[in-house]
Design a protein around this ligand. Structure first.
Ligand code: FAD
Length: 646
């Protein structure tokens, strides 16, 4: 983390100085904004946190709730989401507060007595190789609180407008209208309409307004899919129990009474029980009834036999009913008009896909939608990217949501199928081994790191993938430990990728590296510093030289063998009002933690460039001498702000 570039300031260096446009502005809802976000759930607040990084972009965020969420809803935080929180500087706090899901236990009917459950397996939840971060559990309200605090500390000093219900949306068709989307909002007090509706005009509107999204309806999209809502009783409880795995995540399947997903919660005492209610077998079915907390507790006790759970305090409980549904597109432009029209309204999170809570993906996928969209909107609004980039949001995220729904259907079916009885001649029911192996084989998926974006203007084909086998084009940049050359600090390379809207060009040196005059590494660095380079051409004059494309180098040398001052100038850029040199752009292998060239299988003979989008997904892997190919690829997305000089 870097600060004091433009002068030393006492106090908390992470509290950004307020942008001049904020001074003296009131907290009233503005009449016009660049982006209006409807909904302060996980999707809306990640998007707001991303846009708040750009003080020149005006953003408003509204919610019909009259204040922030306090209890309940989702709690599973996948490894990939923690990686994303790291980009916002929030990961450490999150992992400190959270419960870590280290192991998962499987409980099924005892083969000798089907009336009792017994532990049939215990597995590690997430392979350490999947991510440098753990899979954690923390309440959605806390996740949102971290983001709200982040917004308040941003240069934009953004805070939501609560108690505003978006009731209507229209998109103007005048070509010269630069705020074409009008949204009507109704103030709410004490749950009732209070005062006159207002209109806010925006360049772009993002409906992060949940499963019953009004934005979705306003742009003529609908959730299509399984209309059956499956009910689960959910309770966050402090309880007395003799169940031995109360502090481990468990899937618990009884013979006749249904199943439980048990999730220990942060703080060491709290636990969440997801209790299946739609059990059409046995006497305990609660289908079609008004469900009470007492009934959920009673069902839990039937499933847990011979163990018991006595609830002493209830933090939150609910009956969570949801079907698996999806919108065909996540913006307002019909497929047949994509060549002629650009999107103005987007949907993110539950507004465009819903699925069960069993795979713990809702909050994660919703935030990932917003992270995908945020940098694209910012790049277009800052004038650094072509507006066609916005089409890639729906293309990329709709496919991810479809995959999630397919996975969720299969996982839900398995969880709700009673385990096979020993010696059952018909073979009906789930084979316990199949259940366990499905869970294990989908570990990378549930950790959120299996997402692979297909070929597009921002994802190349991967012709040079052999140069960096462990950095798969289309997948997220998987971090690895390195040593920072300037100060010998062991760091994670991926953590340089902050949510600042910049692309990252990681240059992995060939064997010669900077020590070889006239070699390919030096030639690339000279090109990147030249007037022909995309770094120069796509970065606005007077902007931070890293603000559009941030070049980083990873050398094969021991960090003690290279003098900082011997590095090419593109790796020692001058910045800020004093023209200070940024010394933190070059890294070397960390032999103790594992040499990154070996860990990520980067070609030592040839080296390579790994180009990463602002949301940390790999766009391209290129040979070190593919200067024109790099410039050409980026030229499809970014706008040349300075003329090409040959
Ligand atoms: P949401 O979190 O739903 O946020 C949408 C926001 O938009 C809300 O704050 C809402 O007030 C606001 N809004 C809606 N309409 C308007 C409007 N017209 N104008 C202004 N504001 C509007 N997931 C789990 O994994 N486990 C659970 O147990 C679980 N329980 C849940 C219980 C409930 C009651 C709900 C609603 C969701 C639950 N979820 C659960 C789902 C999980 O919370 C979501 O997947 C996740 O929050 C999706 O985030 P989001 O930002 O897309 O939408």
């Amino acid at each position: 983390m870097q600060f004091y570039l433009n002068g030393y300031r006492p106090g908390d260096p992470l509290l950004h100085e307020a942008h001049p446009s904020v001074a003296g502005s009131s907290n009233d809802l503005p009449a016009e904004v660049d982006v209006l976000i409807v909904g302060c759930g996980p999707a809306g607040l990640i998007l707001a946190a991303q846009l708040a990084r750009f003080p020149e972009i005006s953003t408003a965020i509204i919610d019909r709730r009259e204040g922030p969420l306090q209890v309940g809803q989702a709690d599973g935080v996948a490894c990939r989401t923690v990686e994303m929180f790291e980009a916002f500087g929030l990961a450490r706090r999150l992992v400190d507060e959270a419960y870590w899901v280290n192991e998962v236990c499987f409980w099924q009917p005892d083969p000798d007595d089907q009336r009792r459950i017994t532990r049939t397996g215990r597995v590690r939840d997430t392979d350490a190789e999947v991510s440098e971060f753990p899979h954690v559990i923390v309440n959605q309200a806390r996740m949102l609180a971290y983001l709200l605090e982040q917004l308040e500390r941003s240069a934009r000093r953004l805070s939501p407008h609560y108690g505003l219900h978006a009731t209507g949306l229209s998109i103007g068709s005048r070509a010269d209208d630069d705020h074409p989307v009008a949204v009507t909002v109704q103030p709410i007090r004490g749950g009732n309409a209070a005062g006159d509706p207002q209109t806010i005009r925006a360049r772009y509107v993002v409906g992060c307004d949940g499963a019953r999204s009004a934005t979705r309806g306003a742009i003529g999209r609908e959730l299509i899919g399984d209309a059956r809502n499956v009910s689960w009783g959910v309770m966050d409880v402090l309880c007395a129990t003799d169940f031995p795995d109360i502090r481990r995540k468990c899937t618990i399947q009884s013979a006749d009474s249904g199943s439980i997903v048990l999730i220990p919660r942060e703080g060491g005492y709290l636990a969440r029980f997801y209790v299946e209610l739609d059990v059409g077998r046995g006497s305990g079915s609660l289908v079609g009834r008004e469900v009470t907390l007492e009934q959920i507790v009673a069902t839990a006790n039937r499933i847990l036999r011979p163990y018991t759970v006595e609830v002493r305090d209830v933090g939150w409980w609910s009956v969570y009913e949801i079907g698996q549904r999806l919108c065909s597109k996540f913006d307002d432009v019909p497929v047949e008009e994509m060549a002629t029209r650009l999107p103005r309204v987007f949907l993110a999170g539950d507004a465009c896909h819903t699925h069960s809570a069993k795979a713990g993906q809702g909050m994660n996928v919703s935030m990932a939608d917003a992270f995908n969209l945020g940098w694209k909107l910012a790049a277009v609004l800052r004038g650094v990217a072509r507006a066609e980039l916005l089409h890639t949001y729906s293309e990329e995220r709709q496919r991810v949501a479809q995959e999630l729904i397919d996975f969720d259907e299969e996982w839900s079916r398995m969880l709700s199928t009673p385990p096979r009885r020993p010696g059952d001649p018909d073979g009906i029911g789930m084979d316990p081994e199949e259940f366990r192996s499905y869970f294990l084989s989908h570990g990378r998926y549930t950790a959120g790191v299996a997402t692979t974006y297909g070929r597009s203007m921002i994802t190349a084909t991967g012709d040079s993938q052999h140069l960096a086998v462990g950095f798969t084009v289309g997948m997220r940049f998987h971090s690895a430990p390195v040593i920072r050359l300037a100060d010998a600090k062991p760091v994670q390379l991926g953590h340089v990728a902050q949510a600042d809207g910049a692309w990252r060009l990681y240059v992995f040196s060939d064997r010669g590296g900077p020590a070889e005059p006239g070699g390919r590494f030096r030639a690339l660095c000279e090109f990147l510093a030249s007037d022909r380079s995309p770094v120069t051409r796509f970065t606005p004059v007077d902007a931070d030289p890293d603000s559009v494309i941030d070049v980083r180098a990873i050398l094969q040398h021991d960090h003690r063998d290279i003098e900082l001052t011997s590095l090419p100038t593109v790796l020692l850029p001058r910045k800020g009002r004093f023209g200070l040199v940024d010394c933190e752009k070059v890294f070397c292998p960390d032999a103790d933690a594992g040499d990154i060239f070996d860990v990520r299988r980067v070609d030592r003979g040839d080296g390579c460039m790994v180009l990463v989008r602002p949301d940390q997904y790999i766009s391209h892997v290129l040979p070190l001498d593919a200067h024109d190919e790099l410039a050409g690829f980026l030229g499809q997305v970014l706008l040349a702000l300075r003329p090409a000089v040959r």
